[in-house]
Design a protein around this ligand. Structure first.
Ligand SMILES: Cc1cc2nc3c(=O)[nH]c(=O)nc-3n(C[C@H](O)[C@H](O)[C@H](O)COP(=O)(O)OP(=O)(O)OC[C@H]3O[C@@H](n4cnc5c(N)ncnc54)[C@H](O)[C@@H]3O)c2cc1C
Length: 419
């Protein structure tokens, strides 16, 4: 099969990118390994999606359905139940796919958008002490068992990590009749959205143990109990703070990692901070014609931001196919200043910086009031005041070509005005 653009993954990111990349003279195909489009949204049956894009509060499936309908209306080609197993590049991309009906096939494509989402960290990624019984699983897997397959994974539950999936599952398991005894978080603040802490924990009287972690797991076969302990501000355990909970389930909400495993055969520039590809303001990786967006690029807190970012990536891929963007690259890194954990895009192509674009970033510090500043050669070129800044929440700042002077790198910083 020969196509102009292959979009790998038919979740929120892939659908938004496809809708923007679509043009009658381009042959586009979306490849999705599940039997339906929509991605992770299909298992997120709670509301809270779409406030920015639709100015409405939708459930995950409702949000996905709106995009799936537009996608089907456009008549864009797609394959379901089909997994991409390899991506290589010679002149064009060779994408190896497999499914039950056609076996292994190769798609030749001029450009690729990678929108494969992310995967959850498991027990092995954090080396939890204790025995290794059944009953310990990532919170997103438990969500899928419950909301898609109809299985309640346990009756007495403890949750490690306060990421959004853990918070959502604390409420969901409670509503289904399970007793959720608490959530332990290593950091002194929650890693989830503030609204989820309030609506999923406070409203259900579920305790959140900040600066705590699991120090023991009991159970030869099935899980019997977990013990947590408090840590001081230097990360040392505090004597006399152990608490033991008799539970049959431990859900882990300890982080998501962008899934760029398909890049294994490609030589691309990797960011250890986002654990994904380094991209420029066109969402193009160091491999020309390979675009990355959505949770495959960096883990987003809101699907609305996934949609907006992926629409831009789709439009950039369309321009690439029309050869509007074949100038030589002159890319400079965005320097991370005080309190900035990461930024996307990580590099700016100054040769093609003729339109405004957004820097999306996360901070390392919490602030009730803070100021984000952009400097170039020590000269302040932009600042933006913000309220209620939290490391879990994504921040954005727009930068315009007329704001910069020459092609020297820019630096992004945050000052905490009130912590
Ligand atoms: C539990 C939970 C709660 C959330 N709550 C909210 C909320 O309240 N409000 C909000 O705005 N956002 C929320 N989000 C965030 C939002 O849903 C996600 O950020 C967004 O849906 C991610 O979209 P994506 O397309 O990048 O990834 P995904 O939806 O994960 O899509 C990736 C797709 O790629 C496919 N794929 C992967 N690898 C391959 C391959 N090799 N071959 C073929 N296909 C492949 C997958 O099957 C999947 O369909 C939540 C997320 C989770 C997990």
């Amino acid at each position: 099969m020969n196509v102009d653009l292959t979009i790998i993954g038919g979740g929120a990111a892939g659908l938004a990118a496809a809708l923007k990349a679509h043009k009658d003279n381009h042959k586009i195909i979306v490849i999705e390994r599940e039997h339906v489009l929509g991605g992770i949204l299909n298992q997120c049956i709670h509301n809270g999606f779409g406030l920015h894009v639709f100015k409405e509060e939708l459930t995950g499936p409702e949000y996905a359905t709106r995009f799936i309908r537009s996608f089907l209306d456009q008549g864009i080609d797609y394959l379901l139940d089909t997994t991409v197993i390899d991506v290589e590049k010679n002149d064009d991309f060779s994408i190896t796919v497999t499914n039950d009906t056609d076996g292994i096939q190769t798609i030749r494509s001029k450009a690729v958008i990678l929108s494969t989402g992310c995967y959850e960290r498991t027990r092995g990624s954090v080396s939890l002490p204790g025995e290794r019984p059944k009953g310990i699983m990532p919170a997103g897997s438990a969500q899928r068992y419950l909301n898609i397959d109809g299985y309640l994974v346990g009756e007495r539950v403890f949750i490690l990590g306060s990421g959004d999936i853990g918070l959502i599952m604390a409420r969901r398991m409670t509503l289904e009749g399970a007793a959720v005894l608490g959530v332990a978080e290593l950091m002194p603040y929650s890693n989830g959205l503030t609204r989820n802490v309030v609506q999923c924990l406070h409203d259900f009287d579920i305790p959140l143990y900040l600066s705590h972690t699991v120090v023991d797991i009991e159970g030869k076969d099935a899980l019997k109990a977990v013990t947590i302990q408090a840590l001081d501000d230097k990360g040392r355990f505090i004597e006399g703070t152990k608490k033991r909970f008799e539970v049959d389930t431990l859900l882990l909400s300890i982080g998501l990692i962008p899934d760029v495993s398909l890049f294994d055969s490609l030589s691309f520039t990797y960011s250890a901070l986002t654990r994904s590809a380094v991209v420029n303001q066109f969402y193009e990786s160091s491999v020309p014609g390979l675009f990355v967006c959505g949770n495959a690029l960096h883990v987003h807190d809101l699907v609305d931001y996934v949609t907006k970012e992926s629409e831009k990536a789709g439009a950039c891929a369309r321009d690439y196919l029309e050869q509007k963007s074949d100038e030589k690259r002159d890319e400079k890194e965005v320097i991370l200043g005080d309190h900035i954990r990461y930024v996307v895009p990580q590099v700016i192509d100054f040769n093609r910086f003729d339109k405004p674009f957004e820097l999306a970033f996360r901070t390392t510090a919490k602030a009730e009031i803070g100021v984000f500043r952009i400097y170039q050669n020590d000269k302040l070129i932009k600042e933006k005041k913000a309220k209620f800044i939290a490391p879990a929440e994504m921040e954005k700042i727009e930068i315009r070509p007329d704001e910069i002077d020459g092609m020297d790198p820019i630096m992004l910083t945050m000052e905490v005005i009130k912590s």
